[in-house]
Design a protein around this ligand. Structure first.
Ligand code: AMP
Length: 424
């Protein structure tokens, strides 16, 4: 007996609505996102699904959960360690450096729409293959670039009709102001050392900023009283942050300040933001996206000293928000062509083919079958009209166009069909 095969846990199939799926919602999201990217002038970058493991170890950080626990890493037949990409920034930067893009243009603005892989514990809104739409702007240190990237993310949400997502904004400083802050932070956490989880006790020595990111409730409680970087920014970082806020106001993008946003890695600098929805559709998750400035990453991956800023949004979560709001996306054929009997099938096939070449969505039953069963399928297809082909219709090049969602049938010549079907 053959064994039953199933998809990999945490990795979903997407099927058309006719098969009970939500592919149309995905198509809607992709169309809207691509259109907004076009308006902002971001070009698409497509990188392979697998990369050298070292890219993520260096670009995401060995101490992060992503690299430490969640990567799908394997050895290929040539004995190389490869990993399925867990995020999109490191691969985009790898491509930017590898193709010496800085020599071709001083400012590079890219977007991606791609699947990511993380071996995570699953729940609503958390999967092992999930899709992200993201953007990266490289080559600009000015705060206007941060504001543009944030505005871009917000415009995608607007194009999707998701008004319940809020922007939370902060600045995490740079190498000038962070060391002094870090000392204050360490001094604070030293006072609670015994109460921190085992991992955070290690972080206290190695990367104290990451304690602020710990998911353990005890650590979170302690972190709530910790000093925040926003209160300790150096003057240039403060000015940068003020300018980002001012420019968001210029484009009327509302934000709230959340000084507790953290990015635990040294590559991240200055602006950090999150897109948050407190929506029951997301279960216990609430972040639909996040981003910020990463001025040190390009250089750390062997490239030139190029500043950058970007974001990524989780598409399954945006889809959950759309469905939670009762939005459904279905589409239906313009016309269903049936044939009275086997002799007229060729005529039905010919007119369907012609109308399809003209750009119309036309269905027919390739199994042939009785007129009754074809009409049943026509109804089920949701088509606006049906047309039955017989000998007479072929001879007269005209027939009866039957509306399937109410209305009177009318006689039309086949020449007029495209125009009639195209009319709303
Ligand atoms: P991150 O790359 O971790 O900053 O995540 C950016 C966004 O991707 C998050 O805000 C989520 O919307 C989404 N995301 C991250 N991890 C997952 C996951 N395992 N499943 C679904 N969405 C995710």
């Amino acid at each position: 007996m053959s064994q039953k095969l199933a998809g990999v846990k945490g990795m979903a199939d997407v099927l058309p609505a006719s098969a009970g799926g939500d592919a149309e919602t995905w198509q809607f999201m992709e169309r809207q996102a691509r259109e907004v990217m076009r308006r902002f002038g971001y070009g698409e970058v497509r990188t392979p699904v697998v990369e050298d493991t070292a890219l993520f170890v260096r670009g995401v950080g060995e101490e992060t959960d992503i690299v430490g626990k969640e990567m799908y890493t394997f050895t290929d037949k040539g004995d190389r360690s490869l990993s399925l990409r867990p995020e999109g920034t490191a691969p985009a930067v790898r491509a930017y450096v590898e193709h010496a893009v800085l020599n071709k243009e001083p400012v590079t603005r890219w977007f991606y729409w791609a699947p990511m892989f993380r071996y995570e514990r699953m729940k609503t809104g958390r999967y092992r293959q999930f899709w992200q739409v993201g953007a990266e702007a490289l080559g600009v240190q000015e705060p206007a670039q941060d504001a543009e990237v944030i505005h871009l993310a917000l415009e995608i949400l607007r194009a999707l009709g998701l008004s319940g997502v809020r922007l939370e904004l902060s600045s995490i400083g740079d190498e000038q102001c962070r060391p002094a802050y870090q000392e204050k932070l360490v001094a604070y956490f030293q006072g609670y050392r015994e109460k921190l989880c085992a991992e955070c006790q290690v972080r206290l020595e190695r990367n104290p900023l990451r304690i602020l990111d710990c998911k353990n409730e005890g650590c979170r409680e302690i972190a709530r009283g910790a000093p925040v970087l926003l209160d300790h920014l150096c003057a240039p970082c403060r000015e940068h942050f003020d300018e980002v806020k001012r420019l968001l106001e210029v484009v009327k993008a509302p934000y709230t300040i959340n000084p507790r946003i953290v990015r635990g890695l040294d590559y991240y600098t200055r602006t950090a933001f999150e897109l948050i929805a407190d929506d029951p559709a997301l279960g216990t998750a609430s972040a639909v996206g996040g981003g910020g400035r990463y001025d040190k990453l390009v250089k750390s991956l062997g490239g030139p000293d190029v500043p950058a800023v970007g974001f990524a949004m989780g598409l399954e979560r945006l889809k959950l928000l759309l469905h939670g709001a009762g939005r459904t996306f279905t589409s239906a054929p313009d016309l269903f062509v049936a044939s009275v009997d086997g002799n007229s099938f060729d005529a039905a096939f010919a007119i369907a083919g012609k109308l399809r070449q003209d750009g119309l969505w036309v269905e027919l039953d390739t199994r042939g079958g009785s007129l009754k069963s074809q009409m049943k399928r026509a109804d089920k297809s949701g088509a606006r009209f049906a047309l039955v082909m017989g000998e007479r219709e072929v001879a007269e090049q005209a027939g009866e166009l039957k509306p399937l969602r109410g209305g009177e049938p009318r006689r039309v010549s086949f020449d007029e069909l495209p125009a009639i079907l195209r009319a709303p």
